[in-house]
Design a protein around this ligand. Structure first.
Ligand SMILES: C[S@@+](CC[C@H](N)C(=O)[O-])C[C@H]1O[C@@H](n2cnc3c(N)ncnc32)[C@H](O)[C@@H]1O
Length: 351
């Protein structure tokens, strides 16, 4: 067996193990919740056999795509094996210890349970809530310290494989600047969170200037820690709002934005798209990644419906029905393309 075939088997086994661990965690925690709170209104979601088969097929396609992109050198293969196991080890017990708090918030439909110390005027109203019932919303170091693993569990261990789907369209889009110095190319990752996307981007774009922006101090601090050991130039982290980006008109060559849009009200999504258009230079590339939508993934409608019923995701129901392709075109972008991979849809467009 060649070294390459062996690596592929290791990669797939690793992904499958994470997937089993993710499913197992969800099963056990939901059984425990029903045992401890039998009378509560907290419904659990039962996946039937057909849906499970669809999910597994879709994850296989994602893994194949991930592997093939690495084979084609779209990004280094080492990214596929770059799991922060030690970090997970410290995060996992915290997730269990925090679980009763999230159940309690769910039962009481309490979505405004935020740290008293925050200055509410500094944040938009739609942001001041406990998305997914998570403790402190996006507004504490504790929340930032367990976010990554929560997402990893939610997506059965394929969150980074899905985030990496933005790299190919970014590479395609940046080809137009091949005559420029790489260090003059600016890639902005909006709503960068705890830095997972930044790590994927830095590996694929070692010389380009990469900037991450987010509204949460705590998530930016977590991102700073997470990316501190990366090779290449320093990634810049900025606190700021996607609605009013602190950049000049036409000043960036690429914008990426991962898992933000489903957490914005429709009017704000439109405003943010306009803002992306303003700061990108003509011919610049926009790449969005967010949840799949009903129109392109009807087989997963029940999974999407369960998501907004189970978690506090007040804008998701509207998001999964919106024709985002048209909205991207309406603000002026051309060449809008979209494609779905497991639970994530990727859009690319050119200014
Ligand atoms: C679901 S998380 C996604 C984080 C990250 N992109 C990822 O892939 O995991 C949403 C992030 O968006 C940030 N966010 C929400 N509204 C924002 C806004 N208006 N401007 C900037 N960041 C925002 C939150 O602080 C949070 O870090």
């Amino acid at each position: 067996m060649s070294k390459n075939s062996f690596s592929k088997i290791v990669y797939k086994t690793l992904q499958q193990s994470k997937s089993i661990a993710g499913f197992a965690h969800k099963q056990i925690s939901s059984k425990l919740m029903n045992f401890i709170l039998p009378d509560s209104k907290l419904e659990s979601f039962n996946i039937d056999k057909n849906l499970l088969i669809q999910i597994q097929k879709s994850m296989d396609v994602l893994r194949e795509e991930d592997w093939n992109d690495a084979e084609k050198n779209i990004y280094p293969k080492k990214l596929l094996f770059n799991e922060p196991w030690l970090r997970y080890l410290t995060q996992y017990p915290k997730i269990w210890l925090d679980m009763p708090n999230t159940w309690d918030r769910r039962r009481k439909q309490n979505f405004n349970d935020l740290p008293k110390s925050i200055e509410k005027d500094n944040y938009p109203k739609y942001y001041l809530r406990n998305f997914h019932h998570q403790t402190d919303g996006y507004l504490s170091d504790f929340s930032a310290s367990i976010y990554d693993l929560q997402v990893e569990i939610l997506f059965n261990g394929s969150a980074d494989s899905m985030r990496r789907r933005i790299i190919k369209p970014i590479k395609e889009g940046l080809k137009i600047y091949s005559d420029r110095k790489k260090s003059s190319i600016k890639i902005l990752d909006v709503a960068t969170g705890s830095g997972r996307t930044l790590k994927q981007l830095r590996a694929a774009f070692p010389k380009e200037k990469i900037i991450g922006i987010d509204l949460s101090d705590s998530y930016l601090k977590e991102a700073s820690r997470y990316i501190s050991d990366l090779n290449g130039d320093l990634i810049e982290l900025i606190k700021g709002n996607a609605e009013e980006l602190p950049f000049e008109d036409n000043s960036l060559q690429c914008i990426s934005c991962v898992y933000l849009f489903h957490e914005l009200p429709r009017t704000i999504r439109a405003k943010v798209l306009n803002e992306f258009y303003r700061v990108l230079e003509p011919s610049g590339t926009l790449v969005l990644a967010d949840s799949i939508q009903i129109s392109d993934s009807p087989d997963f409608t029940s999974v999407m419906e369960n998501f907004y019923k189970t978690f506090h995701e007040p804008f998701y129901c509207d998001y999964i029905k919106e024709d985002i392709n048209s909205k991207i075109e309406e603000v002026g972008f051309k060449n809008v393309k979209s494609n779905s991979f497991f639970m994530t849809k990727i859009w690319s467009a050119v200014k």
